[in-house]
Each structure stands twice: as structure tokens, then as C-alpha cells.
Design a binder for this molecule. Structure first.
Ligand SMILES: NCc1[nH]cc(CCC(=O)O)c1CC(=O)O
Ligand SMILES: [Zn+2]
Ligand SMILES: [Zn+2]
Length: 330
């Protein structure tokens, strides 16, 4: 007798059972936001229509609506154009840094909201690289970089971050950050989300626009992973787990679903994040805007694919659209 499948999917509840483990709820989402110096600002990003850079006041207004629809977690990126950029990224943890100023306001305004901070140097260095460079030849000085990243992570912890999320890809930064958080008494109140498996990707283009963080010369191929390197991806995740990462991330998303599944299988006990990056947002947006596909359908299908591949949490600029849609379905 030939196997038939239609009997398993003729009713909506049957279809739901068939997809179990891939539910999309507000708990599965983290919303990335760009935070600028001017409190009133709300600036559209041309390469990512619908995504804005916000000052503290306009961000709080925007988040009020989303929290009412169930928003659980945000990931903050600082973006500066008045504060100085220099070789060690001193503006990353100065008292005028927009993320550091925002954190106490967000904690007070949204006591239930979980707040993560991206930790990196590229938005704050004059050269736009994610670490500190050797003055002699422009290569990365890894020791100086991880010491500096640890200081920055500590500053965000002190200002009220629940999660610090280093995206720099320097070697052994997880141990450096865990170490300083422990020495300073934050070991029980700040979680470490590692961008453990981050590939050098063509899909970051719009973000570098948004965060004003494009490298002034060269590229990031000496610290981010080559896109075909499945073995290095496994090593990177293993290393960060050994160094004490509380949670792991794979980034970008759609082009790396196999890697996501590998990490899920190897580390079933660590919450797993996937980042649907700026270029993935833009790709779906422009295809839909030009009539090639249905926006909501395509977005939800990518969400399902991330959940199916093993992600617990999806970091996506589509969070507002998804929350809106989920609140309608209730
Ligand atoms: N450390 C920088 C950083 N942090 C997050 C992203 C990408 C996010 C996105 O594209 O949405 C990038 C870009 C890069 O590495 O060049
Ligand atoms: Zn960076
Ligand atoms: Zn970053």
C-alpha cells in the first residue's frame, strides 16, 4: 500500500501538530534596535525601509506599542556621529554613549523587558574594524582587543544590561568578558550571548549603513568565518561553550541553516539564537515591494525555517510585523 500524507493535514489542528516544535511566539523573538545620540531622533535607514535609528525618547514611544503586543527582548546597537571615533573606541563606554544613557531609562520604563547590548568596537573606531589594530601593520591586536571589549561589556552591565552580546569575533573574548563580569560581581545577573558562529557575509551591507560601522579599509575576513567553513563553525561554538557562553548564536540565518542545525545538535542544552541580518531583511522587503512575493507569508516561512533548524530565539528586524500579526491571530 502506498503511503498517503493528506490524512495527517486536513484539519488546522492536525497541521499544527505536524509542525510542533516550530511555533512562533513573542518569546521566540528579539528585536534589534539602533540607538543614536539625539533623544528626539527617528531616522529612516534608506537600505532598510521601515527600520529606524532612534533617540531615547522616540525609541521609548516605539517600544511602548511593541511591549503592549508582547515584545519580550531587545538587542541594542549604539550609533554615533557627534561623539569622537578613535583607535580604541573610547565612545563605546563613555558616559555619553547613547546605549549607556538609554539603559537606565529602559529598565525603569519597561521593568519586564529583557535588554541585550551588542558589544563591539566597529561603531566606535575611526578605522571601523571590530578590534584594536597594531599600529605597525594594521593587523588585529587580539590581546588589546579582548581587554577593551571586556571593559565595554562591563560598562553595559553596570548601566543595566541583562545580556551582553559580543559580535566582534576576536579570539577568547568570551573568557575575557566572563572573567571581568565575575571579578566585578555580575556573574549572577548578566548573561553572555556569544555571536559564536558569525560568518564574513555579504548580507551585512545595510547594517553597516545603519550603524555607520563599515571598515575604512580591508574587510573582516581575518576574524569572521569563511562562509564554507563548517568545521571552523563547530570549533568556534565549542570554544565559546568551553569559555562559558550562556547562549549561542549563528549569523546570518537563511544561508546558514545547516550550521544552525549542527550547533543545535552539538549543544542541545544551550539556548540557540539565529540572526536574520540586515541583508536578509532587505532582500525580502524589496522582493515583496516589487510584487515578487507576499511579505507576511515569506517572513513567517523564514521564521518557521529557523525554528525547524533548531533556533530558540530569532533576532529579526521583522519583529514589529510579526508581533502585529500574532496579536491579530489571538
Ligand atoms: N560587529 C558588527 C556587527 N554587529 C552586527 C552586525 C550585522 C547585523 C546585520 O547585518 O543586521 C555587524 C556587521 C558586521 O560584522 O560587519
Ligand atoms: Zn564589529
Ligand atoms: Zn557588532
Amino acid at each position: 500500500m502506498s503511503k498517503q500524507l493528506h490524512s495527517a493535514i486536513f484539519h488546522p489542528t492536525l497541521r499544527q501538530w505536524a509542525e510542533s516544535g516550530t511555533e512562533i511566539t513573542p518569546k521566540n523573538l528579539m528585536y534589534p534596535v539602533f540607538v543614536v545620540e539625539n533623544d528626539e531622533a527617528k531616522e529612516e535607514i534608506p537600505s532598510m525601509p521601515g527600520v529606524c535609528r532612534y533617540g531615547s525618547k522616540s525609541l521609548i514611544k516605539a517600544l511602548e506599542l511593541l511591549v503592549a503586543k508582547g515584545l519580550q527582548a531587545v538587542l541594542l546597537f549604539g550609533v554615533i556621529d557627534q561623539l569622537p571615533k578613535n583607535s580604541t573606541g573610547t565612545s563605546a563606554d563613555s558616559i555619553d554613549n547613547p546605549v549607556i544613557r538609554l539603559l537606565p531609562m529602559l529598565r525603569a520604563k519597561f521593568p519586564e523587558l529583557l535588554i541585550a547590548c551588542d558589544v563591539c568596537l566597529c561603531p566606535y573606531t575611526d578605522h571601523g574594524h571590530c578590534g584594536i589594530l597594531e599600529s605597525s601593520d594594521g593587523t588585529i591586536n587580539n590581546d588589546a582587543s579582548i581587554a577593551r571589549l571586556a571593559e565595554i561589556a562591563l560598562a553595559y552591565a553596570k548601566a543595566g544590561a541583562h545580556i551582553v552580546a559580543p559580535s566582534d569575533m576576536m579570539d577568547n573574548r568570551i573568557a575575557a568578558i566572563k572573567g571581568i563580569l565575575k571579578r566585578e560581581g555580575f556573574q549572577e545577573t548578566v548573561a553572555l550571548l556569544s555571536y559564536a558562529v558569525k560568518f564574513a557575509s555579504g548580507f551585512y551591507g545595510p547594517f553597516r549603513d545603519a550603524a555607520k560601522s563599515a571598515p575604512a579599509f580591508g574587510d573582516r575576513s581575518c576574524y569572521q568565518l569563511p562562509s564554507g567553513a563548517r568545521g571552523l563553525a563547530a570549533q568556534a561554538a565549542a570554544r565559546d561553550v568551553a569559555e562559558g557562553a550562556d547562549m549561542l548564536m549563528v549569523k546570518p540565518g537563511l544561508a546558514y541553516l545547516d550550521i544552525l542545525r549542527d550547533v543545535r545538535n552539538n549543544y542541545p542544552n544551550h539556548p540557540l539564537f539565529v540572526y536574520q541580518v540586515s541583508g536578509e531583511y532587505a532582500m525580502i522587503h524589496w522582493a515583496a515591494a516589487n510584487g515578487a512575493l507576499d511579505l507576511h507569508r515569506a517572513v513567517f516561512e523564514t521564521m518557521k525555517s529557523f525554528r525547524r533548524a533548531g533556533a530558540d530565539v530569532i533576532i529579526t528586524y521583522y519583529t514589529p510585523l510579526i508581533l502585529e500579526e500574532l496579536s491579530k491571530r489571538l
